[in-house]
Design a protein around this ligand. Sequence first.
Ligand code: MLT
Ligand code: MN
Ligand code: ZN
Length: 311
Amino acid sequence: MKLKILGSAAGGGFPQWNCACRNCSGLRAGKLHAQPRTQTQIAFSPDDHAWFLIGASPDLRAQLLCSPQLAPSPDSPGQVPIGGVFLPSADVDAAMGLLHLREFQTFFVFATAGVQRALRSENRIFKVLERGDPPVQWQVLSSRGRLGCHLSESPGELPTFVCNTIPLGGDYPDYVSDEFRRAAAPDDATVGFLIELEGKKIFIAPSLAGHTGEWQKLAASADLVLIDGTFWSSDELRRTGRTSKTAREIGHIPLSGADGLLAQFPADAQGRKILIHINNTNPILDEDSPEHRAVLEAGFEIAYDGLSISL
Ligand code: MLT
Ligand code: MN
Ligand code: ZN
């Protein structure tokens, strides 16, 4: 299985257009030892031909153009290597990129019923995906489910890969109506994925609220973990003056602190663990910072755009 990180930043990317924090200004001035990053986007391929996207980032078009593996081939006109998109939530950061895929193409979108309703009933703009013939195929994921995906059409074959979903405790996006919020299933709002293929497991959780510990078992069982590295501390976003919300209030467990991700991550986990969805304010982006050193010493890697992994 191949996996490629096309984007590794949280919403807004790094640097972020309206931010003059130490990181963003330092990067713009060329005075920070750090790499710019686009908004989080993951792609994986079970067989090196068909590719699946996890999330659809606002930067998706440019990210696809940097990835020759994801380009259509002149040998099979009308076909694209991208077979489907797994949506972890209906957040703008995770779903806006669907609008970059609107060019009369058929593909699958896998999402919980709640995420599908947030996108399709609360917004008309995603109807643009119905222009393909046949239109984009929306498939329902249960928030606690197990879906076998078959790439071959021969009957009786085992699935090529299995995608397990678990609720990660986040909330629905700010844009949904109060009526929607009252009626929607909370567990459907934000899910993580455990992908199983050829005896290997990848756990993907770019937005982890951390209210419950259900994710810990999956993280411990996986050969590769891509997990929420959005914020170092809970008041980090508040310090920019743009919002009064804490990291936890917007659905992200911070990395530091006694109840933070580094402390909560299962100590017996054997797999490779990579922080992704890193906010522009996060001090771990500064490669000379003590926080950067601390996450490396805790055994985590920090995702960067273009990181490719073979499992
Ligand atoms: C989020 O997922 O909450 C956002 O990426 C945070 C942000 O927009 O900075
Ligand atoms: Mn985000
Ligand atoms: Zn910033």
